[in-house]
Design a binder for this molecule. Sequence first.
Ligand code: FUB
Length: 343
Amino acid sequence: TETTEVSEEVEMQDTSSKYLSEPLISDHFTADPSAHVFDGKIYIYPSHDVESDVPEDDLGAHFNMMDYHVYSMDSPSGTITDHGKVLGAEDVPWAKRQLWAPDAAEKDGKYYLYFPAKDEKDIFKIGVAVGESPIGPFTAQPEPIKGSYSIDPAVFADSDGSYYMYFGGIWGGQLQKYRNNKFDDKGAAPTDGLPADDEPALGPIVAKMSADMLQFAETPKEIKILDENGNPLLNGDNDRRFFEAAWIHKYQDKYYLSYSTGDTHFIAYATGDNPYGPFTYQGVVLNPVEGWTNHHSIVEVDGNWFIYYHDTQLSGKTHLRNIKVAPLQHLEDGSIQTINPIK
Ligand code: FUB
C-alpha cells in the first residue's frame, strides 16, 4: 500500500468561489470516484484509467480500463492510501473489456463491488464481486446480474435498510439500445435509438437489490426527470437531460439524484420524495471540468458533505483522468450551491 500527502487546502475553500483542489492520486490515472464511509473511514472506488492503443471514438472505446484499485482516506483533507488492485478483467469470467465506473456497498459486514464491463459480444452488463472487507479481495460472481445492462452502477443504501441500484448511460453506455429492459438495437452510431429531440429523454434505471445483494429483486424501472412544470425533460434539452453517472444521496429526507449531462458536461441534480422518483430538475452541482467526462459521487463525512469528482489536470487527455474532492454545500432551502472547478 502507498500513501500520498494531500493538500490541507481542500477543507478551507469556499464553494461559492472558484475551487482549486489537488489531484488525490498522481501515480495512477483514476476517474469516476464512488466514495462511501464504511466504519468511519472513507473508501473510494474509482475507475482505473490506462493508456491503450484503442483509438478515440464517440462510443468511448479509448476508455479501455481493465482493473480496479480501492483507496481510503481518514478525512477528505487527509492522506490517501492505495490498497492496490482488487479486481481485474481476468478474474471475471464474462467480462472481456472496458471495466468502467464501479461502486460498492456494505451490508451485514460484507462488501459488494459493482462494476460494468463489456461481454464477448461487446454488450455492457453489470457484475458484482463480494469481499469480507472494504478493500477486498473481491470474488466475482460467475455471471453478470440477471437483467442488468448499460453502465455506471450506483448502489444507494436507504435508511429503511433497502438497497437500490441506479444505472445507465447513453451513447457509449448503450442505454439507447434498450426500451422497457429489452434490447432493441437501432444502429451503431451513438445517437441511434435515442428519442427524437422533442420526446422525453431516457432516464436512468433503478432496481431494488435482493436481500443477498447479488441480483435485482424486481424488474428495473426507468426514472422520470421532470422540469419545473412537471413535464419530462426532453431529449433535445442537452443542458439538463440525463446522460450517465447517476448518484443518489439523501438530505433532510429528500432524495437527490445527481448525474452527468454528458455532451454538455454538467453534473446536474433533481430531487424527489422516494427512491423511484419522479425527480424534479433543480440545477447544477458541478460545472464542466477539464476533459470531456464529468462523473462524481456525493458523500457525508462527519456531518459535512463532499463531492468526489475527476478532471484531466495531470494528463490533459480526456481518457487519463485524476480524482479530486471538494466540499459541497446544501443551502437553507435545500438547494445545492453550484461548484465551479478551475479550468
Ligand atoms: O470511465 C468510463 C466512463 O466515462 C464512465 O462509465 C462514464 O460515466 C464516464 O465517466
